[in-house]
Design a protein around this ligand. Structure first.
Ligand code: BES
Ligand code: MN
Ligand code: ZN
Length: 502
């Protein structure tokens, strides 16, 4: 999908030759001086009660007088906030799904659209028209190819536009890989995708296989992989946009390409959805795809432990005790609590980068789905500043999360008679006890954990990946880049190589 940012007055918008024009109309009245076809259409429709105020109220017009575009859709955008823009564009594009609409003019110049609003508009265009086709030849591919985003002043919203475009790349990358069935997205294939990303500017990818992972002593990760004929992969990615030596943000993504539960096997209904159990990994890959495009001034490391969780003669058994890379032993009481078992070794590995912060992203617990549903991801952190930064990024990017507690009492149930810890602690507070398990491996790191079990994909008729939390992660990185640049400017001698956008 191709986006173009253009300065466009209401009169120029009417002259735009596109297949359709989607005009966002604020509830507030236009200025007195306004005139022309678009102004007349909006005024007349409003006066006749055909375009009620309120976000996403619409009026579809065909070949209205004075317009070059055949289809003109007026959509109310309320107060013009980013949230309203997203709703309005989503609703508008829902009504412009005709195959003939290949080029769209999206008019944001009737109100004061800021960076966040423009970004939201770009993102909503992509979200509303996304179609997965890789393993479905009969699927209708996305008709919309080109979007001209018309604003009053290009320079003022360029950053939001660029961020939006990079986000579309990142979110669609994540959706694609998460949506692929497990036989089309094995650990080896994920690693190949990561390698390919490694050819983009600023990115480098290393892929470790079973022998190297064994040499590192990742006994916990290896235990999960044992039950599958698919070999594990440990993906290590670097994005170097920041100053040399500047501490990186490390993103760790759970990459279980299929979770049967292992010997503690899951029931059959909805087990297919466990192909999405690499949603964390997909979000890390997507974030790197976005970084390559946006090039913010920050260093980022991506770590993805990836394997299948299968039952087999060789599979790890309930009660088996394994030694993690940290040296701590784990009694695997439930083989279905496998995400924490692969993440713990990746967290230990993360320490070598002396990170600015470490954020793991995982479809970790059904309990988190019960706690927060599909609206907010679960956020856990031992550091208030890191938790606040991630929370804020989620609000800005309309990809929200909610902080959950980490009281030490929650770790009680993880005690084991046969190892340093068990891998499960009973049903109560399951999302929290999982986080407490991970915390034992984060040691002194500035660490946060995002449980995306409820937000990474949708079930039912709209079954599919959401691409979350790529928007949150990218926003967090942009914010950190800006903070680092500001700190660098304050200190003479150290300089940020590139300036952060948006
Ligand atoms: N991948 C699942 C978590 C999950 C389940 C996400 C359902 C979304 C929907 C994870 O590996 C898992 O199986 N967790 C168990 C943990 C339990 C055994 C302590 C769970 O949540 O049931
Ligand atoms: Mn599981
Ligand atoms: Zn899982």
């Amino acid at each position: 999908m191709d986006f173009e940012l253009k300065s466009l007055s209401p009169n120029q918008a009417a002259q735009l030759t596109t297949d359709a024009l989607l005009v966002l109309v604020p509830d507030a009245k236009a200025g007195k001086a306004a005139s022309g076809a678009l102004h007349e259409l909006v005024t007349s429709a409003t006066e006749h009660g055909d375009l009620e105020p309120g976000v996403a109220k619409q009026l579809a017009c065909y070949r209205p007088a004075g317009f070059k575009a055949a289809r003109v859709l007026l959509v109310r955008v309320g107060d013009g906030s980013a949230v309203s823009v997203r709703k309005a564009v989503t609703a508008g594009l829902g009504a412009l799904k005709q195959p003939g609409v290949k080029k769209l003019g999206l008019v944001l110049s009737l109100f004061d659209a800021g960076n966040d609003a423009v970004r939201a508009a770009v993102q909503a265009c992509a979200d509303a028209t996304y179609a997965y086709t890789t393993t479905k030849p009969s699927a209708k591919a996305r008709a919309l190819q080109q979007v001209v985003v018309g604003v009053a002043q290009v320079a003022a919203v360029r950053a939001g536009f660029d961020t939006g475009r990079a986000l579309v790349t990142g979110v669609e990358f994540a959706k694609e890989w998460a949506n692929r069935p497990a036989n089309h997205a094995t650990p080896t294939m994920l690693a190949e995708a990561a390698r390919k990303l490694g050819r983009k500017p600023g990115i480098k990818t290393d892929v470790l296989g079973p022998r190297q992972v064994e040499a590192l002593g990742m006994g916990s990760f290896m235990a999960v992989a044992k039950g599958s004929v698919e070999p594990l992969r440990f993906i290590v990615m670097h994005y170097n946009g920041g100053a040399k030596g500047s501490a990186p943000v490390v993103l760790v993504g759970k990459g279980i390409t299929f979770d049967t539960g292992g010997i503690s096997i899951k029931p059959a209904p909805e087990m297919d959805e466990m192909k999405f159990d690499m949603g964390g990994a997909a979000s890390v890959l997507g974030t790197f795809a976005a970084l390559a495009e946006l090039q913010p001034a920050i260093n980022v490391v991506g770590l993805i432990p990836s394997c299948e969780n299968m039952p087999d003669g060789q599979a790890v058994k309930p009660g088996d005790v394994v030694t993690s890379m940290s040296g701590q032993t784990i009694e695997i009481l439930n083989t279905d609590a496998e995400g924490r078992l692969i993440l713990c070794d990746a967290l230990t590995y993360a320490a070598r980068f002396k990170p600015h912060s470490v954020v793991d992203i995982a479809t970790l617990t059904g309990a988190c789905v019960i706690a927060l549903g599909g609206v907010r991801s679960g956020l856990f952190s031992t550091r208030d500043d890191l938790a606040q930064a991630l929370h804020k990024a989620g609000e800005t990017a309309q990809d929200p999360c909610w902080r959950m507690p980490l009281d030490d009492e929650y770790a009680e149930g993880l005690k084991s008679n046969f190892a340093d810890m068990g891998n499960v602690a009973g049903r109560a507070g399951g999302a929290i006890t999982a986080a407490k398990f991970l915390q034992k491996f984060a040691a002194e790191l500035p660490w946060a954990h995002l449980d995306i079990a409820g937000t990474a994909w949708k079930s039912g008729a709209a079954k599919g990946s959401t691409g979350r939390p790529v928007p949150l992660l990218l926003q967090y990185l942009i914010d950190q880049a800006a903070a680092m640049a500001a700190a660098g400017q304050a200190k003479p001698g150290s300089k940020a190589r590139k300036t952060a956008k948006s």
